[in-house]
Design a protein around this ligand. Structure first.
Ligand SMILES: [Zn+2]
Length: 487
């Protein structure tokens, strides 16, 4: 399971990442989740800003490889904007950019920050990143683990510092220049000319390069931490929340919610018997949560949090850490992030994840219509995918490296026969009458789509009518494409 946490950041060439964090649990009851609505005008503004930046900067730079990097970075971001990776809404987007603007306005000495903006990415990885071209990205998985705006302000300030210090473009430029240098070319030539052992020498040369580079990266993280505090000193955000944030980061190898899901109980109904064997591995053994100590140690030392905390304490005389809870005004931000992540998984067809996280959140928000509908939709979609031989498009094979809850739901999907999967799905719907009903007092798109899938499972003659009703009621609905391609 820990493997899944060591996510190799595919965009590492383009950006500086903040690295992972985690937070404590809190019990809640009742949350009315409304999915974030994409504001198309905000999206268009953001793309224009990015195009403008690219156009202006591109004129200034020289060197084929460096120009290529600029072009690729721009295309990478535009592509992600266009394919819906980022949320442009009034809730996350506006909140984060407001804090950013406050920090910028309080630090007028730093110019050229007008085009800076924060994008919120539908990613569960607890991370933030600076792309070096004015764009900073905050993942929902990070926002969901914070405790207050002050911690948010510190991460924003840290990413802004990478921008001010030109860390991204600077290190790419250095790398390109080095690969182009006489020193590098001579070194490679001399390795090639070695009669023996040239592979080993080459490998140790590469290792040496990567160690030097990771040392420089750590140094840049510390510089960004320091400048972040300097910037925040001109605002009224609480400076020592930076220490709490880094402490949260330090336990990022633990999942946010540690609950174990009892699938047998969840899927049990009067009408049929849940078979324990569905949750067993091929060798007949049950899945155990295993922690690889070596991996934990390397994760602990990698983010370097203890050292970053002590450096900030020492250099800025910050008062020592005070452990505290999530601020009540901030709770909605983290809850909304958790729900929005499930919604994103649902739209992208990561149905195993929806079932796993849906059940976990149900422990905190029982009787939540959205969660029940999301689980029902996922079960039904998995059934239809299995039936159409397209299961692997949506659900990966079970793997020990996944966390226990996810691994077990994948095992169940993998082990169960199609006819039993239909029974499990129908039993789930029968247990949760609300998601079967085709008429709802209030508009609820997820319930409407769940009930459509129920009728489809039952081969009901009401199916076409329900489809037409959905399309009339939700002309811009989230499930329009799924409905149109559904036979
Ligand atoms: Zn950083």
């Amino acid at each position: 399971m820990l493997i899944s946490l060591i996510v190799k950041c595919s965009r590492s060439f383009f950006c500086f990442s903040f690295v992972l964090l985690s937070a404590s649990l809190f019990a809640q009851s009742g949350y009315e989740y409304q999915p974030s609505q994409q504001d198309e005008s905000k999206l268009a503004d953001s793309k224009n800003k990015l195009d403008l930046w690219q156009k202006e900067q591109y004129k200034e730079i020289s060197g084929k490889d460096y120009k290529e990097f600029h072009k690729e970075r721009h295309e990478h971001l535009v592509n992600k904007i266009e394919t819906g990776y980022y949320i442009y809404d009034d809730f996350f987007y506006v909140r984060l950019n407001k804090i950013l603007q406050k920090i910028i306005a309080s630090n007028p000495n730093y110019t050229n920050l007008d085009n800076t903006e924060i994008l919120v990415e539908r990613s569960v990885v607890p991370n933030a990143a600076c792309y070096g071209n004015g764009i900073m990205v905050f993942n929902l998985g990070l926002i969901s683990r914070l405790q207050n705006d002050d911690q948010l302000a510190f991460v924003i300030s840290h990413e802004l510092s990478h921008q001010i210090l030109n860390h991204v473009d600077g290190s790419v430029k250095n790398k390109i220049d080095y690969l182009d240098s006489k020193e590098y070319k001579n070194k490679i030539k001399s390795i090639k000319n070695l009669e023996y052992n040239n592979n080993t020498v080459y490998e140790s040369f590469l290792l040496d390069l990567s160690l030097k580079s990771s040392g420089r990266t750590r140094q840049k993280e510390r510089e960004a931490d320091s400048l972040a505090i300097v910037l925040l000193q001109n605002t009224n955000y609480k400076l020592n929340e930076s220490l709490n944030l880094l402490a949260i980061l330090d336990i990022s190898d633990e999942p946010k919610y540690a609950d174990t899901i009892d699938y047998k109980t969840q899927f049990s109904a009067d009408s049929y018997e849940f078979q324990d064997a569905w949750l067993l591995k091929r060798n007949g053994l049950a899945v155990q949560q295993e922690y690889d100590q070596e991996l934990i140690d390397s994760l602990k030392t990698h983010p370097d949090c203890d050292l970053r905390i002590s450096l900030l304490e020492k250099n800025f005389k910050l008062p020592p850490l005070q452990k505290h809870e999530i601020e009540s005004v901030f709770k909605e931000v983290t809850i909304h992030s958790d729900f929005e992540l499930i919604h994103s998984d649902l739209l992208d067809g990561r149905y195993g994840r929806v079932i796993e996280n849906g059940f976990v959140l149900q422990n905190y928000y029982p009787d939540n219509d959205f969660l029940t509908a999301a689980i029902g939709i996922s079960l039904a979609e998995i059934y239809f995918a299995q039936k159409n031989h397209s299961l692997r498009q949506f659900v990966p094979l079970p793997d020990d490296d996944y966390n226990m809850n996810y691994h077990r739901i994948l095992l169940m999907i993998n082990n169960i026969r199609l006819s039993d999967l239909k029974k499990v799905t129908l039993a789930y719907y029968n247990k949760n009458e609300g998601i079967k009903s085709t008429s709802h007092d209030e508009q609820n798109e997820h319930l409407a789509y769940a009930s459509y899938l129920y009728l489809k499972l039952k081969n009901s003659e009401l199916l076409e009518k329900t489809k037409t009703d959905y399309l009339t009621l939700y002309p811009q609905g989230f499930f329009i494409n799924k409905l149109k391609t559904n036979k």
